[in-house]
Ligand binder design. Structure first.
Ligand code: MN
Length: 285
């Protein structure tokens, strides 16, 4: 079974990560998770064969063809890992914070299973940050002692090339717009409010999987907020909470032009495009 190793490495009583479960169906989504564990790295995952085929990329993907990024193939992850963002508690495998750095769909440029087997996977990404043609190439000439898990992630030349691509300028979640520090410092506090424009109600059917993920993150946030508000201040009534949650409803926020209070007026070097800009993502089946 493809998820044995994933299962073996984790204690699901301890970690909020999703359980090992093989998925039916062949949607072709990809996700890049920024993972601050013992060492900061990016996890590049392609949905295929009922799992997320996964590579750990120490320097992260690049839109510059000159950057040939080392990508170590790691254990398959369950498809539900796709929108996992949060904190893996200390003492667990991969302990640290995880951000959904990019997500979207991918199109294999040929037979996906065959290309994977041959170690030459060519594909096109339709993400928010990553777009265009890429290749994952298995390194045949392995250094002695290597496990044979080394691949290279390379951007091909096309309209989406960005010479000198600097991944540090893109430190925000495409799911929650939070920075890595914001995710790491968020132990389920109610302070964070959604300023997202896309919501389950507002998104088109084309990217309903994305809306689903965002709605899930919102619900989780609202739940965490409720919990922490309830524990911090017992005087807060259910009614007030409902009102508070209504205030952070993304659709209303959009209409009222409400922004994250902490970010309003603060100029960030990093542009944070809204999820609405993902509207061009095509759903592959
Ligand atoms: Mn990782």
């Amino acid at each position: 079974m493809a998820l044995e190793e994933y299962k073996r490495k984790r204690d699901f009583k301890q970690t909020p990560e999703p359980p090992a479960k093989l998925e039916r169906g062949e949607r072709r989504r990809f996700v890049v998770q920024k993972h601050r564990a013992t060492r900061l790295h990016y996890d590049f995952r392609l949905e295929m064969e009922g799992v997320l085929k996964s590579w750990a990329v120490p320097k992260g993907p690049s839109l510059d063809p000159a950057d040939k990024r080392l990508a170590m193939q790691v254990e398959d992850h369950p498809v539900s890992y796709f929108d996992f963002e949060g904190i893996i508690p200390a003492g667990n495998y991969g302990a640290g914070s995880v951000m959904v750095w990019d997500m979207g769909t991918w199109e294999p440029q040929g037979d996906a299973a065959e290309m994977l087997r041959k170690g030459d996977l060519k594909f096109r990404l339709n993400g928010e940050k990553l777009k265009g043609d890429f290749a994952l190439v298995h390194m045949k000439s392995r250094r002695p002692g290597s496990k044979g898990t080394e691949w290279l992630l390379i951007k091909h030349r096309d309209a989406y090339v960005q010479e000198g691509f600097n991944i540090d300028e893109y430190d925000y979640s495409v799911l929650t717009k939070r920075t890595m520090d914001e995710i790491a410092g968020d132990q389920g506090s109610a302070e964070w409010k959604s300023s997202r424009k896309a919501s389950a109600g507002g998104a088109s059917k084309k990217n309903d999987w994305l809306a689903e993920s965002i709605a899930k993150a919102d619900a989780k946030k609202a739940k965490a907020g409720k919990k922490s508000a309830a524990s911090k201040s017992p005087s807060v009534t259910g009614k007030t909470l409902v009102a508070k949650r209504a205030q952070m409803n993304p659709t209303q926020a959009k209409e009222a032009g409400v922004r994250h209070p902490a970010k309003a007026g603060k100029k960030s070097k990093t542009a944070r495009p809204t999820s609405a800009s993902l509207g061009g993502v095509k759903k592959n089946s």
